[in-house]
Design a protein around this ligand. Structure first.
Ligand SMILES: NC(=O)c1ccc[n+]([C@@H]2O[C@H](COP(=O)([O-])OP(=O)(O)OC[C@H]3O[C@@H](n4cnc5c(N)ncnc54)[C@H](OP(=O)(O)O)[C@@H]3O)[C@@H](O)[C@H]2O)c1
Length: 379
């Protein structure tokens, strides 16, 4: 029987301790399990017996794989000049720390995400909260290999890539990150080829298992690949229905070249551009599936085969994000969101064109007015 975050466990044993009792229970996915097995799988804490017959098992303490509806995605660093070998994988949903700020509240939010079941933390030098994420990572009690950690070279304080990764590792309190990204092509200085060679050294030195980029366009990737010894495994880009049509050629190109798309700001139609054309299909699908709109958008992104990088300050939302991995959208659901996104993009573009035109006209009129006042002839 599920009870909020807990599975209520009925004991067939008289032992008052979960660890020694042969407890019959159901896990998060309603699979009958022995509680002792669950404890063995996740020896963290978070299991407590109310009495000899009823145990409360924190669902978040269940083994990640047993309740995670977001599968891992294979990365391309299974291939190099010597030929193919088993490569690394990336969990297909990440909790991002961009908007968390600093201090204890930031640590608490990462801690909350990990306890809910996120095992992929996405941070960056420029978010200035790697240290807070590091504390939460250590407090989780998880083994290093149970968490996937991404951070980014953001060119902060003008530091070079080698100094930056060393600082990030120190901030996070880890010996390596799973993925290290160049945050933006404009940070690839003095040029993309030189910066990428420094990233390859980061990987060769064992400071990052995989290396990649963020906010790169096809033209940047072409320049990078021309001299790369190691391919980027991923490119983290803006990805939501209102930019999908614009980003689709890049996503397709990356798929052809074995580069995984990581999608950030998928929820923009809800958070920063609400009341647009995407609302109608998303709300309709949400009502049919008895889901929240944000779950529908995450399921839409998942259907596109990308790694979703998202965030929330709220525990219930985070749980919903993970559960969204189970939502099954039909191809017509996906097509309806794509079409509404394209309509919205055209509308936003027309509005922004109009705003720019009006701004230029106003500036022109002001200039003409001033010139007229001072009797300056400009024509
Ligand atoms: N590489 C890059 O250049 C780059 C750029 C941007 C972001 N990122 C990464 O991506 C992560 C996520 O970025 P993001 O915050 O833009 O992602 P997002 O997933 O689009 O948005 C997350 C936000 O959506 C809000 N939200 C969720 N459901 C909502 C609803 N129904 N109505 C209104 N708001 C809702 C959440 O608010 P609540 O907190 O209230 O739940 C949360 O603040 C970042 O932390 C960072 O790691 C990378």
């Amino acid at each position: 029987m599920a009870n909020g975050n807990f599975a209520v466990v009925n004991s067939s044993s008289s032992s008052p301790t979960a660890a020694s009792a042969d407890l019959r229970c159901r896990d998060y996915q309603n699979t009958p399990r022995r509680a002792v097995d669950l404890i063995d799988l996740q020896p963290m804490r978070k299991i407590a017996c109310e009495s000899a017959s009823v145990c409360r098992l924190d669902a978040a303490a269940l083994p990640y794989a047993a309740r995670m509806p977001w599968a891992d995605i294979k990365l391309n660093d299974g291939i190099d000049a010597r030929g193919p070998f088993p490569g690394t994988t990336i969990p297909s949903i990440a909790f991002g720390t961009w908007t968390l700020g600093n201090g204890q509240q930031s640590t608490d939010k990462v801690d909350q995400a990990i306890s809910v079941g996120f095992n992929h933390i996405d941070t960056a030098q420029s978010y200035r909260n790697e240290a807070e994420a590091g504390i939460a990572i250590h407090q989780s009690g998880l083994k290093r290999e149970e968490l996937y950690i991404t951070t980014k070279f953001s060119g902060t304080n003008g530091l070079d890539i080698e100094t930056s990764i060393n600082n990030s590792l120190k901030n996070l309190g880890v010996g390596y990150v799973d993925l290290y990204l160049i945050h933006s092509p404009r940070l690839a200085q003095p040029d993309i080829a030189t910066a990428w060679a420094q990233m390859e050294k980061v990987k060769a030195d064992g400071k990052a298992k995989s290396i990649g980029v963020s906010n790169f366009e096809i033209s940047h990737l072409e320049v990078l690949l021309a001299s790369a010894k190691v391919k980027p495994v991923a490119n983290q880009i803006l990805f939501h229905p209102y930019v999908y049509e614009r980003q689709a050629p890049l996503v397709e190109w990356m798929a052809k070249n074995g580069i995984v798309t990581e999608a950030y700001s998928v929820l923009i139609p809800l958070s920063r551009q609400p009341n647009g054309p995407v609302d109608a299909p998303v709300n309709k699908i949400a009502a049919r599936l008895n889901a929240a709109p944000e779950q529908v958008l995450l399921a839409w992104a998942k259907a596109k085969g990308v790694v979703v990088v998202t965030s929330s300050s709220k525990k219930e939302r985070l749980e919903g994000y993970l559960d969204a991995g189970d939502l099954k959208l039909t191809s017509s659901d996906i097509a309806a969101i794509d079409a509404a996104g394209a309509t919205g993009a055209r509308r936003f573009n027309a509005r922004s064109f109009l705003r720019k035109t009006v701004a230029v006209a106003l500036v022109g009129a002001a200039v003409l007015g001033v010139c007229g006042y001072f009797r300056v002839k400009i024509l």
